[in-house]
Design a protein around this ligand. Structure first.
Ligand code: HAM
Length: 422
């Protein structure tokens, strides 16, 4: 049998996993700075949560969910995204009742979508996302976008474009919806079967259709921007003002519609520009979802958030030749020659570790030269070589690998010496 990882998934091996850990640390530090707290929710939820939350007419729900029936006959789905779960938890745990509002949450974890496999598109991918629930202040829209941008810039990416749009409020969307239905009804017979069923259910999705993208009616379709109510337009102006104050540049794209149903008002994406990146250029997406908490059974609580995948983030760093300073922090490698020296080595390695010094040794009874090579490969900062004479003297030369300098240190002082010099 020749087993392979399932299509659209990947193993993250040592060498690569350090990059993941590095990115995850940066993300956690940033969330702490912006005061977002971590929430961990299950990897599967009731299927209905996503049908309602993400929306029945979206590609995600219609085509991409990993849905199964468990032994208790419940329909469950591996989460395709994190917002619906965060909102469910917000409602279930009555977080709307907390004194501290908005509730600012973040999460990282695997999401699952049955998508066509291509570069930057996986069936299991790790999203980092944030959700700020309980405030309809345009300043928090700007904060959320600033945090997303901060992730990339902290990691050294610069060729980024923040694209924003306003999808307006319910009145905006109702008026636009009617205009779209009126516009597309005369040509509905020429559209693909998906679009035919979208016409009544969710005509906005037609604009997103890849099959009918070139149909002449697409270019002349009524733009949502023309239906923005005064209060929506005012809200959008304020969001832009706050972005200006934060010194974050952006581009307004009236055609930006996101692939999930819950959005209104602010919608945004962060794209990567320039050379070295394939056809997938969207690194991050998010927006406001006033009304979603109510749809999921809670009281009126407006929210906004975003999600980005670590996979695409790492691809972007690679494409731009940005090396993360993951470092290899082995501090001490203990080389031992002979059975007795090995007993001492085991003891010393353990005493280093007990004081927070990373330490390792040989477990293959290799010759001295091979042990030294192993120390080199591990990028050890210090090496000691234990043999008969060292055991007799109860002291050993500590070699600093970078300089080649050696200092004789008594066994009893070794830990202290490394702590002082590492
Ligand atoms: P989304 O646009 O579906 O939004 O996904 C957000 C990000 O997840 C994308 O920009 C991309 O970086 C990444 N992503 C999506 N699908 C894949 C895939 N198959 N492989 C690799 N990366 C992928 C959401 O999920 C919303 N929940 C975002 C949000 C949070 N809106 C408000 N709050």
């Amino acid at each position: 049998m020749n087993f392979k990882v399932p299509k659209g998934t990947q193993d993250i091996l040592p060498g690569q996993s350090e990059k993941w850990q590095y990115v995850e640390r940066v993300i956690r530090d940033l969330c702490e700075k912006y005061r977002y707290n971590e929430i961990r929710t299950p990897m599967f939820e009731s299927t209905e949560l996503f049908q309602r939350g993400v929306g029945d007419t979206t590609d995600i729900v219609q085509k991409e969910m990993y849905t199964f029936t468990d032994k208790g006959n419940r329909s469950l789905t591996l989460r395709p995204e994190g917002t619906a779960s965060a909102v469910r938890a917000y409602v279930e745990h009555k977080m709307f009742g907390q004194a501290d509002q908005p509730v600012k949450l973040y999460y990282t974890g695997p999401m699952f979508r049955y998508e066509r496999q291509q570069a930057g598109r996986y069936r299991q991918f790790v999203q980092f996302g944030v959700e700020a629930i309980g405030s309809a202040d345009p300043a928090i829209d700007a904060e959320v976008m600033a945090l997303a941008m901060d992730v990339y810039t902290t990691l050294g990416l610069s060729d980024l474009k923040l694209v924003i749009n306003s999808l307006g409020d319910k009145d905006t969307r109702d008026a636009h919806r009617s205009a779209l239905i009126e516009h597309f009804t005369p040509v509905v017979g020429e559209l693909c079967s998906d679009c035919q069923s979208r016409l009544e259910k969710n005509p906005l999705r037609i604009l997103d259709c890849k099959v009918d993208a070139k149909h002449p009616a697409m270019a002349t379709a009524p733009a949502l921007t023309n239906y923005l109510t005064d209060s929506s337009a005012e809200y959008f102006t304020k969001v832009k003002q706050y972005l200006d104050v934060l010194g974050i540049s952006y581009e307004v794209d009236p055609n930006l519609v996101r692939g999930l149903d819950y959005y209104n008002h602010t919608a945004f994406e962060i794209m990567i520009t320039g050379e070295g990146f394939g056809s997938i250029t969207t690194l991050c997406g998010g927006g406001r979802y006033n009304g979603l908490v109510e749809d999921i059974g809670g009281p009126e609580s407006p929210g906004i958030g975003f999600a980005l995948s670590i996979e695409r983030l790492l691809l972007a760093l690679e494409a731009k030749n940005i090396e993360l300073a993951t470092g290899n922090n082995l501090e001490m490698y203990v080389v031992a020659m002979g059975e007795e020296a090995k007993l001492k080595a085991v003891e010393l390695v353990s005493s280093f570790r007990a004081k927070g010094i990373s330490a390792d040794m040989d477990y293959l009874d290799r010759k001295m030269k091979a042990q030294m090579k192993a120390a080199d490969r591990a990028n050890a900062k210090f090496v000691i070589v234990l043999g008969e004479s060292e055991l007799e003297e109860q002291a050993v030369n500590v070699k600093t690998m970078e300089t080649g300098d050696q200092t004789k240190v008594e066994f009893g002082q070794l830990v202290q010496y490394v702590l002082e010099n590492k």
